[in-house]
Design a protein around this ligand. Structure first.
Ligand code: AMP
Ligand code: GLY
Length: 445
């Protein structure tokens, strides 16, 4: 089979890396890909959101299957366009992608189908939002309705912060039309977990729980980022708790979408807050998580392409029964190495050293997020390649271990071999896992 992966980050590298192991696959393309991906797939210079050119490419190359990484092309209807031409593609339609591209849509559907989530109110006018905040008080959470590259959520601890969020999003429109409407949510407290499933609208298969680290500095300090690291499994999500999440959240949203006549064949991500009242949904994403995927796929023994094909053929039920996904019992940790200044502005083009040394280590794989591969001539005139930084999040160094502790040690040993000017990373990825094992169903009620 010929496969096309759409996207250019660490998640897409992990997808390409895993898909490359499939016996069903002959050739992989990635659009646009990155330096690391270019070793395993042919990178083509088409942006992830350039749907017209992607369709044209897939038709010309007779691509058998396309797998979409990021939300933007899904929200723009890439799946609908590919299907028009009979091209097989994994991901939800534009309508189904509204679960992520409109917070208003997501909240309304959660309310309708009785899915536990933070209390909320929707606003079209900034004055009304302001009155509401004054009445309700803080903390509260202000969310732009539309996609805002992960920056449209403000957890406001003071009235001034909340008012400012409303002003920036609704009046100044810093996220454009994404800020035409907002959702104001009750503030939830607890531990966060990411639950990713694959669904064909009828059945679903749950991946092991994982946890992201969104803040830039250790101990969850500093501004939010696209994710500074992840690990899996998450012991705080016990088997009982996962069963509850599946029953009260995953099943309800899948059945709810089906009742609305919305076909969903792809990955579905629920960001969950484990509150003292039980698990509640913070957000749905209509794709695999980044960097959660990097901490999950190295644990998967099964062929990812087989489960994707079963999903697209609506055969997940049979697949689940006869060939359930097989996961390594080992734990996995992914540490993101970022450019100086990230998540603010940063420079590109810094030479990365130590990659080979890290990759030679047992149970280590380095996923590239923002790198470029450049040709270089050695003193002897020999042509070699080198990698330079090309984004905010540069690498996701990923390691397995028999315990989470071993995985942490292994991964950080690999991180220490890698260097580029200004490189920074969190030193505490996975540490929460060692601390927080106390959230139990029995203790809640
Ligand atoms: P979202 O994109 O909606 O998941 O929000 C991004 C981050 O904001 C989440 O991962 C949480 O850390 C935080 N957040 C979102 N909604 C709430 C809420 N209702 N209460 C507390 N924190 C929240
Ligand atoms: N890890 C959060 C996300 O993928 O949106």
């Amino acid at each position: 089979m010929k496969i096309l992966v759409v996207g250019s980050g660490g998640r897409e590298h992990a997808l390409v890396w895993k898909i490359a192991q499939s016996k069903l696959v002959d050739k992989i393309f990635c659009a646009p890909g990155n330096g690391g991906i270019s070793r395993e797939a042919e990178c083509i210079e088409i942006k992830a959101e350039d749907i017209e050119r992607l369709v044209e490419f897939a038709r010309k190359e007779n691509i058998d299957l396309t797998v979409v990484g990021p939300e933007a092309p899904l929200a723009k209807g890439i799946v609908d366009e590919f299907r028009k031409y009979g091209l097989r593609i994994f991901g939800p339609t534009e309508l189904a992608a509204r679960l992520e591209s409109s917070k208003v849509f997501a909240k309304e559907i959660m309310q309708k189908y009785n899915i536990p989530t933070a209390g909320f109110k929707i606003f079209d006018h900034p004055e009304e939002a302001q009155y509401y905040i004054e009445e309700k008080g803080v903390p509260c959470v202000v969310k732009a309705d539309g996609l805002a590259q992960g920056k449209g959520v403000v957890v406001a601890k003071t009235l001034e912060e909340a008012f400012q969020a409303v002003r920036m999003i609704m009046r100044e429109r810093i996220f454009g039309d994404a800020g035409k409407r907002i959702v104001i949510e009750d503030y939830l407290e607890g531990e966060e977990a990411s639950i990713i499933v694959i669904t064909d609208s009828r059945e679903f298969i749950t991946f092991p729980p994982s946890q992201d680290h969104k803040r830039v500095f250790d101990e969850d300090k500093g501004p939010n980022t696209g994710g500074m690291g992840a690990y899996s499994p998450v012991p705080v999500v016990t088997e009982n708790l996962l069963a509850e999440i599946e029953r009260e959240i995953i099943l309800r949203i899948i059945n709810g979408l089906a009742k609305e006549g919305i076909d969903y064949r792809g990955a579905l991500y629920a960001g969950i807050m484990l509150t003292s009242e039980g698990p509640k949904v913070l957000e749905f994403n209509v794709r695999f998580g980044d960097p959660e995927t990097q901490a999950l796929l190295p644990r998967l023994n099964s062929d990812l392409v087989e489960v994707i094909l079963a999903t697209l053929e609506n055969k997940l039920s049979k697949f689940k029964k006869f060939t359930p996904l097989n996961w390594k019992s080992q734990a996995c940790v992914c540490v993101v190495c970022a450019s100086e200044g990230y998540p603010g502005g940063y420079e590109k083009g810094k030479v990365i050293s130590g990659l080979e040394e890290a990759e030679e280590m047992k149970d280590i794989v380095v996923f590239h997020a923002g790198t470029k591969r450049e040709k270089e001539k050695t003193n002897t005139g020999q042509q070699i390649y080198r990698f330079v930084t090309d984004g905010g999040r540069v690498l996701g160094v990923t390691g397995l271990g028999n315990t989470i502790k071993e995985a942490i040690i292994n991964t950080y040993q690999a991180v220490e071999k890698i260097h580029f000017e200004g490189m920074h990373y969190r030193k505490d990825i996975g540490k929460k896992n060692l601390r927080n094992q106390s959230y139990k169903l029995e203790e809640r009620r």
